[in-house]
Design a protein around this ligand. Structure first.
Ligand code: AMP
Ligand code: MG
Length: 408
């Protein structure tokens, strides 16, 4: 049977990033950059004050002390957003606000609270003179031009998923339109005669379709667009019908859950093969062994297992990396850390993903399993912070041993 890493490599080799589109900056949160972004100008763009106070020549403050304060003449008032016209000379100061451009000649700012000018209310006019009783160093409270970055610097790399702070930086650089990758479109359906809608009354033998909710949210968490197709019955016709619906749209991937096992009513594999091909349908892992990959009418297809935890794990292990690659993202968004097991863990030798809570004890991450690990027990997944990865071939992990954990 295929190992997890071989299966993942096989899957990923089928995918490339989507094409690019240019979007207004406001629509670019969580989108993936399709180009390197280079700064067209320095930041800050001009020397400016980091405090409300008085711009001075530092040399004019030398010798100021509590017993012998110095007084400078205030020759201008510089609010934020104005371009100063004065050039400071010996003995002169200007009032200046945070973010305002420093006048020529000035090289420091003394904060208003370190001066004799105590009026802070909005609307107060600048004083004629200002006194202070301490030395000011050149550069104090000044944010010099280019302090943060220079024109020509690459500030964001292709393949980065844009965070809110990235949008702020792009705006600072005056970049109004951004080249990003198109969102992948993913079709999703569940399958099984036992499934009913979440708002339908439960009758004998029926259960609510939960996979289509969890998987929809997972798909959208990657930034992909979702096409929800509902539930297929356990018949050839119904499965075909939904696969046809998916294939008739411009989807980048079709995902189903359930019906890929060896049950008498598991039609998915057969229908896929009737109009496409199956690359594999089992992976040596737990939970989630019945996991199919192939294509239907040339559209990539993943058949996740039906059990809710298996479907989730299959998504995290195979589909998330796939959608990240499709969306052009270069760094995976799930972190793996080393954790120490709080209890002995038995495994059956397949690569296993176990639900665990993680706590930090004096700098060491400790993992405790969250209840029984049956693949239908969604509550223990809800309670988990991470999936512990027990490698293939390992039958027992003793207390205190380190394993990798995929943070959720
Ligand atoms: P199957 O792969 O069709 O044999 O399904 C395996 C298990 O997953 C069965 O217990 C199903 O009832 C359950 N199951 C399948 N689809 C869903 C779903 N959409 N939501 C919740 N449970 C499901
Ligand atoms: Mg079924």
């Amino acid at each position: 049977m295929l190992s997890v890493s071989d299966a993942r490599a096989r899957i990923l080799s089928h995918f490339q990033n989507t094409t690019e589109e240019t979007l207004p900056l406001i629509q670019c949160a969580n989108r993936v950059l399709a180009v390197d972004v280079t700064a067209a100008h320095d930041l800050p763009l001009f020397n400016n004050s980091s405090m409300d106070g008085f711009a001075i020549r530092a040399v004019d403050s030398q010798g100021a002390e509590v017993d012998s304060p110095l007084t400078l003449k205030v020759v201008a008032d510089i609010p934020a957003g104005s371009a100063p016209t004065v050039i400071l000379t010996k003995g002169q100061a200007t009032r200046i606000m945070t973010g305002a451009q420093l006048p020529q000649g000035a090289d420091a700012v003394i904060p208003v609270e370190d001066t004799d000018f105590n009026s802070r209310e909005a609307g107060t006019v600048a004083p004629q003179t200002v006194s202070f009783a301490r030395n000011v160093k050149a550069g104090e409270n000044v944010r010099p031009r280019g302090m943060d970055l220079h024109a020509g610097d690459i500030v964001l790399r292709k393949g980065r998923k844009l965070k809110p702070q990235d949008l702020g930086l792009l705006a600072m650089l005056g970049i109004a339109n951004v080249e990003v990758y198109k969102k992948p479109l993913v079709a999703l359906f569940s399958s099984g005669d036992e499934l009913i809608e979440v708002d339908a009354p439960l009758t004998d033998g029926k259960i609510h379709d939960s996979n289509s909710y969890a998987l929809a949210a997972l798909i959208e968490s990657t930034g992909a667009e979702l096409l929800r197709l509902g539930v297929a019955k356990d018949t050839r016709e119904s499965v075909t019908d939904l696969l046809e619906k998916a294939a008739n749209e411009k989807v980048d991937l079709i995902i189903s859950s359930a019906g890929v096992s060896v049950g008498a009513f598991d039609y998915i594999k057969e229908v896929i093969e009737s109009n496409g091909k199956l690359d594999f349908w089992r992976v040596n892992m737990r939970p989630g062994k019945p996991l199919a990959f192939g294509e239907y009418r040339n559209k990539p297809f993943v058949g996740l297992p039906g059990n809710p935890v298996s479907a989730f794990v299959g998504f995290e292990v195979f589909v998330r990396p796939m959608l990240e690659k499709l969306s052009g993202q270069l760094d995976g968004s799930r972190l793996k850390i080393k954790v120490r097991c709080d209890e002995e863990i038995e495994s059956d030798g397949r690569e296993s993903y176990l639900r665990a809570k993680i706590r930090n004890e004096e700098g060491v991450y400790i993992a405790t399993l969250t209840g029984h690990q049956g693949s239908g027990n969604l509550l223990s997944l809800v309670q988990a912070d991470a999936l512990l990865i027990i490698p293939a071939g390992v039958k027992c992990v003793p207390v205190g041993q380190e394993v990798e954990a995929l943070l959720l």
